[in-house]
Each structure stands twice: as C-alpha cells, then as structure tokens.
Design a protein around this ligand. Structure first.
Ligand code: PMP
Length: 432
C-alpha cells in the first residue's frame, strides 16, 4: 500500500482552520541565503519568509554559530528564573534601539504574546479595558489580541476581554476616504478618531494599538504623518500609543528602523517578534519603564527569552546592523516598487502597488475598476510557485500579493523575482 501523503496526514490531525498555501502544499526541507528547496528537490527564491521568520535569510553562519555555541554548552534552557547573559544583552540592545526613554524589555515566544503583554500593561496602567485599534488590523490570535484584530477572516473569536473601538486609517486604497490627498486623508482619519473617542468610548481609553503598515491586512500604506496626528490627539488624553512592529521593525521599511518612526512618533510601547532571531521563536515588548513596571505581582514566561532564542537574536541583530541591511532594504525596495509599477502599467489587473522598503504589496482587481480579484491573486501565487518564487497573499479581500524577501536580498535576485512576477501577473491578466 502507498504511504499516505503528508498533506492527508496533516488534514487528519490538524485543525481545519489552519491555513495552508497552495493547491499542493509545500514542504520546505532546505534553505540557504534567499533560496529554499522543497521535498521534491525544486528550488525557490523566497520573497515571503523575510517577514515571516527569516529576516536576514537562511543558513546565516553567524546566527547558526551563536546557536551552536549555546547548544554546545549543554543548555538549551533551564529557566528564566535564572540570569541569562544573552537575554540581558539583547534587552539592552533593543532598549537602546527603541528610542523609548527609560525603556525596559520583556521577552515572549511570539507576536501574539507580545501584544497580549502590551495590552495587559496598558489596561493595567490606565485602569481601563477600553482600547482603540485600526480597522483591517491583525495583532494575534489569543483572547485580547483577537479582539483588536479588525479583519473578519482572522477574527477567530469575538469574545474578547477588551472593549475595542475601531478607527479608519490603515487601509487607504478602499473605504470612505479612498482617493483623498495625503493631507485630506490624515484629516479625515483624525476626525474619525476624535469622533470614535467621543461616541464609542466612555473617555478613559487605555491605549491605541496600530501596525504602521498593516501586514496580514495587505501591506497597506497610510501616509507618513497619520500616526503623528493620531498621537497628538491621544496624548492630550493620556492614552498610550502602542506600535506593533512585528512586521515593520528592524529596518525592513527602509527609511526608518521602526515603521512608526516615519510618522514622527516615539510610542509608549512597541511589540516585536517574527524575524528577530531569524527563525527561532522570540517576541517581546519594549516599553517605558514606568509602564513596564506597572504590574505589582510576579509575571514570567517559561520560554520567553530562553538562551537559544536570545543568542540567535543577538547574532541576527548584530548581522543586520553590521551589514546596514536597512540601507539595502531602502535601495532595493525602491527598485522593486519601480519594477512593479512598470508591470502594473501593462496589466490592468493590478489595481495598486504600494509599500516601503522590502515590504511591498500588489493589489489585484477586476480590470477597469477596483473590485477585488482574489482568484487573480491565487493565480499569481500558484504561477510564481511554478516558476520558482515564493510570495505571500493576504488583505481584507485576499487579493493582495505580499512581497517581503530577506533583507540580505541582492539586485540580481530582485530582477529574477521581477521577471517571474511579470509572467505571473500576465497569467492572471488573461495572458495579456
Ligand atoms: N502582529 C502582527 C503585525 C503580525 O503580523 C502577527 C503575525 N502575523 C502577529 C502580531 C502575531 O504574531 P505571532 O504569529 O508570532 O503570534
């Protein structure tokens, strides 16, 4: 009898709601640089893992060596009840990089936990469970974070302990303020924020949480300055500002190290995760010390900040800074945007090309209008895979292709990807 396929075994024991890409899901078994190989031996250029996990690519010797050194000590982990040198050093480095005054850092295992922690700190600090979030946001899938996730396809439960009010701002291509100038957009969204505060809350709101560029929501790009305007309104009322940098941190957006910096805002808290340790599980919160220390009782994370993850993160962060990958993201990001805008000119199925640095989205629409074309996005995804390129998909209507290669990308790899994307978009545009 033939061996059952891995996909069938997966479906038998894993939840139905666990999303998998591709008609014939991918099993990746090897990686090096920006390339991975699947179980059949086919190789792909990876234009998605940069944001998921591998911010600086696969098989980075400096990261592997740091992790190996930790493994060689015989200690994968004992407990965060003891001192861990790489954890303290990583916290010092992140506190410094954050630009937040008197910053303190708490490590978790994931972005969800980081945001749960931030929400716990904010609600405790302000003694209020009222929270503001952006429409079309994604912040995680635990009880509080699912509450601030304003995108129906990912809001797995509505039974959140926080009382959330949603504000316009993230997704500019659609919605009531689509087509506005930057200044008009900022004004309209800020008016909406004021209105929500007046009509949707009782006044003592704990915090607002935003993604500077919405990730799962389709790499949306609000105008620079929007969150500066929000911050002014919030600060007047003592409402804390939390920037979820899980996708936008570490220089990926090119011009700034943190996504929120482009808006001229120093937030009260930032959360991070995903690519920090280049594939090892780590997340965390960096916050003003007075906010971090607002909790009186003990709190701990068994694995958050474990020595393997923090050693890997230290090495990955050093690599990223030493090689000035933020500058690479800015330079190649501009080239990626220009290349895709040329593709968009040829193919009316592309409604919008947007992004910053190496975080670029392509929104697919029915030609001649703006009606979302999710089937076209599936075609692009599958065609790219066939041609040897992995990309992401997402957005409120599942019609956005998301490009986020590792920040070590080269110009040659970028051009290779652009060639494939051009072909894949042509296929989605009826072979035009
Ligand atoms: N915040 C943002 C902006 C994210 O994109 C994600 C993951 N997609 C999370 C939080 C949750 O992170 P994790 O999956 O590590 O829990």
């Amino acid at each position: 009898m033939a061996e059952p396929r891995l996909i069938d075994r997966h479906r038998a024991v894993m939840p139905d709601w666990l999303a998998l890409y591709y008609d014939d899901p991918l099993e990746i078994v090897h990686g090096h640089g920006r390339r991975v190989t699947d179980a059949t031996g086919k190789s792909y250029l990876d234009f998605f893992a940069g944001i998921l996990t591998n911010a600086i690519g696969y098989d980075v010797a400096e990261v592997s060596d740091a992790v190996r050194k930790q493994l060689d000590s015989g200690i994968l982990h004992t407990s965060t009840l003891y001192l861990i040198r790489s954890q303290v050093e990583l916290a010092e480095q992140i506190a410094r990089l954050s630009g937040i005054p008197d910053a303190k850092v708490f490590f978790t295992n994931s972005g969800t936990e980081a945001n749960e922690t931030a929400l716990m700190l904010a609600t405790q600090y302000r003694r209020s469970n009222q929270v503001l979030a952006l429409r079309n946001s994604y912040h995680g899938r635990a009880f509080a974070t699912v509450g601030v996730t304003g995108i129906r396809g990912w809001s797995a439960s509505a039974l959140s302990p926080v009382k959330v009010s949603y504000v316009h701002g993230g997704y500019r291509y659609r919605g009531p303020f689509a087509g506005y100038s930057d200044a008009d957009y900022v004004k309209a969204c800020t008016d909406d924020l004021r209105d929500v505060l007046l009509t949707g809350t009782s006044g003592d709101v704990a915090c607002m949480i935003v993604e500077p560029i919405q990730g799962v929501g389709g790499f949306t790009s609000p105008p620079d300055g929007l969150f500066g305007a929000f911050h002014e309104v919030l600060a007047e009322q003592g409402i804390l500002f939390v920037s979820d940098e899980v996708q936008t941190g570490w220089g990926r957006t090119g011009d700034t190290f943190w996504g929120i910096e482009a808006h001229g805002v120093t937030p009260d808290m930032m959360t991070f995760a995903k690519g920090l340790a280049n594939g090892l599980a780590i997340g965390g919160v960096v916050a003003r010390g007075s906010i971090m220390d607002t909790i009186a009782s003990n709190s701990i994370s068994t694995f958050g900040g474990n020595p393997v993850s923090t050693a890997g993160a230290r090495a990955a962060l050093d690599y990223l800074l030493d090689h000035d990958l933020q500058a690479n993201a800015a330079r190649l990001g501009a080239r990626l945007l220009a290349g895709l805008r040329a593709v968009a000119q040829r193919h009316p199925v592309v409604g919008d090309v947007r992004g910053k640095g190496l975080m670029v989205g392509i929104e697919l629409v029915e030609p001649g209008g703006t009606t979302p074309a999710p089937a076209a996005a599936v075609t692009v995804l599958e065609e790219c895979r066939r041609l040897g390129l992995l990309v992401g998909k997402g957005g409120l209507h599942n019609n956005v292709i998301r490009l986020a290669p590792p920040m070590t990308l080269t110009a040659e790899e970028l051009d290779e990807a652009l060639g494939i994307l051009g072909e894949a978009v042509a296929a989605a545009d009826g072979g035009r």
